[in-house]
Design a protein around this ligand. Structure first.
Ligand SMILES: [Zn+2]
Length: 551
């Protein structure tokens, strides 16, 4: 960037302003209760967020309650902001319900938005150009009461500037003269291109002067919200508004998580909160997603589960050798991690690296080449270890010369019947061998897989009481493409949990019951191995057994 010599403002830190609780909740998938909003606000405060916009007290009772609660909290860093519009054109400020609610919120900061675009002034508000300037000025002045900090959001600023530059600038001057501390230029419709934003921000700062702080608030409708925020900073802005994970109306707001990392790690900018330690960034992003009950975006820059995932082939091999060969930053800096996706591994190095990530030393214990060949063969038959680390670990373990299975699945029978319109019922019998002893058990279930699970568990629990704590939490079935050379196969993925954690296993077969049987067996074996279970023979009378008998 060429331009004037750096002023004090150019060297000052970039202050982040979070509007997840206000603009973020405009996203159609984002619903936050009062308790949720307080949890998110507390978390943002812990991360040192200097400004948290809590809501629009003039628009709904929940936001009024939020500010009532917020007044009782001792915030570590955060200054809480209440958001609202300029007064109605026919009200005096003191009689305007919206401005009254803003002041009544009792926050140290009030953020007022006003119109910059004449189209909106005349067509939407039904006001004259002069009336709108007065509305901006006296609304800002009114909210300065008790020395409150007033942030002025110039709504539709870029569109307004393009339509009538002098008028858009006049609205900013009206806010500034009335005491606004920050002038925030908004691309409310999110459609501006990056070079326009950069150019307009520079022109505005040149026109109005460096005596005030400038801010940016952009939406992502053109896919440019982060880029437009960064270019605004380059052009002199020192206050950046956005939301965690980019939640917001339509395509969302500028993603503050990405902007924060970009400014601190790429642009070398000092930020508030400080960018020196971003190791909590991934946790913050996922925490907010969890509170909002939104599945975290696996592909989100920096913090997504796939942000540093490498799948097979050349990339995986290169990444295993030199991490930064396919990674733009060290994932540890943002609290994320490198992952190698075990799928169509396509090479010894990848298999070995993934095994090592899971804590298995292959060198000198088993031949990585043989393991890699085995995985390739199983994958060709339809197995997929992606998302099934427990089965992958067992596969490694079973190749070791010192491997001893904790049990052997011998055979099973499943009967399913439905008679006279009654409920479907299923019964399974299984035969399992443990240390030379064969246990034969039966169980009912609400379906064939459930019955099989119950019978298998019943047998094994006679030997391993630890399995009492193991639960099946998810069961997914996928029919693999029948167009492939092999016959159509069924892949079953089972997720299990115990107090020690959760794990996933797979089974693949042409028959769904057989695939489930394999996945269940892996799940229980993994639980025994990880739990370091010891054989503890219990009295099997509780378990309906026929020891060593014929079926
Ligand atoms: Zn917005």
């Amino acid at each position: 960037m060429s331009g004037p010599t750096p002023t004090a403002a150019a060297l000052s830190p970039v202050v982040l302003y979070d509007t997840t609780l206000r603009d973020g909740t405009q996203g159609e998938n984002i619903i936050l209760s009062l308790a949720d909003k307080l949890r998110v606000a507390r978390m943002l405060d812990e991360y040192g967020m200097p400004y948290i916009e809590g809501g629009w007290p003039g628009s709904n009772p929940k936001d009024v309650e939020f500010f009532a609660e917020a007044r009782r909290v001792t915030w570590r860093q955060a200054r809480i902001a209440a958001f609202g519009s300029t007064r109605h054109r026919s009200n005096r400020p003191a009689d305007d319900p919206n401005l009254q609610a803003l002041v009544a919120a009792g926050t140290p900061v009030v953020t007022i938005f006003g119109k910059s675009w004449l189209l909106h002034v005349t067509e939407v508000l039904g006001a004259t150009a002069e009336e709108n300037l007065a509305m901006v000025g006296d609304s800002v002045a009114f909210c300065r009461v008790d020395d409150r900090e007033v942030v002025y959001d110039a709504e539709h600023f870029f569109d307004g500037y393009k339509a009538d530059r002098a008028y858009a600038l006049a609205t900013l001057r009206a806010a500034l003269e009335a005491g606004a501390s920050t002038l925030v230029l908004c691309d409310t419709n999110g459609g501006c291109l990056t070079d326009e934003v950069g150019a307009i921000v520079r022109q505005v700062i040149a026109e109005i002067g460096p005596a005030v702080r400038y801010g940016i608030h952009v939406h992502d409708d053109a896919g440019l919200a982060v880029a437009n925020s960064l270019v605004a900073v380059e052009a002199g802005v020192r206050h950046v508004q956005g939301t965690i994970n980019g939640y917001g109306e339509r395509c969302g707001n500028a993603n503050l998580v990405t902007i924060w990392a970009d400014l601190a790690l790429k642009a070398g900018r000092e930020t508030i909160p400080a960018g020196v330690d971003l190791t909590g960034l991934t946790d913050l992003s996922r925490f907010v997603a969890e509170v909002a009950n939104v599945t975290p975006d696996a592909f989100q820059p920096y913090v997504g589960q796939s942000a540093f995932a490498h799948k097979g082939g050349v990339h995986g091999a290169a990444t295993a050798k030199v991490r930064h060969s396919y990674q733009h930053v060290d994932p540890a800096l943002v609290g994320n991690e490198t992952r190698l996706v075990v799928s169509e591994l396509g090479g010894r190095v990848n298999t070995q690296w993934r095994a090592e990530q899971l804590g298995h030393e292959l060198a000198g214990v088993l031949d990585p080449r043989e393991l890699s060949a085995l995985i390739k063969r199983l994958e060709a038959e339809g197995a997929s270890f992606e998302g099934a680390d427990a089965s992958f670990e067992l596969l490694i373990r079973r190749q070791r010369s010192d491997y001893r299975p904790p049990f052997r699945l011998l055979d099973f029978t499943v009967l399913v019947e439905q008679r006279d319109g009654a409920e479907l019922r299923a019964e399974a019998t299984v035969k399992v061998e443990v240390e030379g002893e064969v246990l034969h058990t039966a169980a009912d279930g609400n379906g064939p897989v459930n019955a099989l699970d119950q019978a298998l568990r019943k047998a094994l629990r006679a030997f391993y009481p630890e399995l009492d704590a193991v639960h099946l939490v998810d069961y997914k079935v996928r029919i693999l493409d029948g167009a492939s050379a092999t016959a159509a196969k069924t892949r079953v993925l089972i997720e299990s949990s115990s107090p020690a954690g959760t794990w996933s296993t797979i089974g693949t077969d042409t028959n769904i019951i057989a695939a489930s049987w394999l996945a269940l067996g892996d799940s229980l074996e993994y639980a025994l191995w990880k739990g370091e279970a010891r054989l503890t023979r219990r009295d099997e009378r509780h378990f309906t057994t026929i020891q060593g008998g014929r079926p």
